[in-house]
Design a protein around this ligand. Structure first.
Ligand code: GDP
Ligand code: MG
Length: 177
């Protein structure tokens, strides 16, 4: 067997979307670098991080894109969505308005995707139980109604962050292989 045959490569683009300040950038920095920033400032321009996961003995790379703040101006461009095979749609369990905007983000995602996109609804900041405004049941039932995976996470204390990204990565792998 030649080297070409031995090495199969997978590279999947995943986008993170959702309202401003729900924790998108911190979910990515927690997953990719195990870092959390309490005072993260949006930087200008689109950025992504690449993470490798082993599935079925194969190296699968996820190129995970972060909006870098342009969602504040309602100007997430079609270039951001182009070629995405997976998406994390994030709201903040302590701010109800961010949950109410989920359907808007979902419409935008659907209108920009021409392939099967593995989609996960993420209720972030589950460490803020004392000021919760969206119950886990509401998140679950919205996800069920829309055919999305669902998970509550905390970028602050790391709850479910790796799991959320890896469920999406595995689903993409299953969709394409
Ligand atoms: P983005 O605008 O969606 O990228 O949100 P950021 O990642 O910049 O986070 C916005 C604010 O929420 C920052 O002050 C973060 O420190 C904070 N934050 C992000 N994730 C969490 C979390 O899981 N728990 C708590 N308590 N705060 C978080
Ligand atoms: Mg951000």
């Amino acid at each position: 067997m030649s080297d070409d045959e031995a090495v199969e490569e997978y590279l999947f683009k995943i986008v993170i979307i959702g309202d401003s300040a729900v924790g998108k950038s911190n979910l990515l920095s927690r997953y990719a670098r195990n870092e959390f920033n309490a005072h993260s400032k949006a930087t200008i321009g689109v950025e992504f991080q690449t993470q490798s996961v082993e599935i079925d003995g194969k190296e699968v790379k996820a190129q995970i894109w972060d909006t870098a703040g342009q969602e504040r101006f309602r100007a997430v461009t079609s270039a951001y969505y182009r070629g995405a095979f997976g998406a994390l749609l994030v709201y903040d369990i302590s701010r109800r308005a961010t949950f109410e905007n989920v359907s808007r983000w979902l419409d935008e995602l659907n209108s920009h995707s021409d392939t099967t996109v593995a989609r996960m609804l993420v209720g972030n900041k589950c460490d803020l139980e004392n000021i919760r405004e969206v119950s886990m049941e509401e998140g679950k039932s919205l996800a069920e109604a829309e055919g999305l995976f669902f998970m509550e996470t905390s970028a602050l204390d790391s709850t479910n962050v790796r799991t959320a990204f890896e469920i999406v990565i595995r689903e993409i792998y299953n969709n394409v292989s």
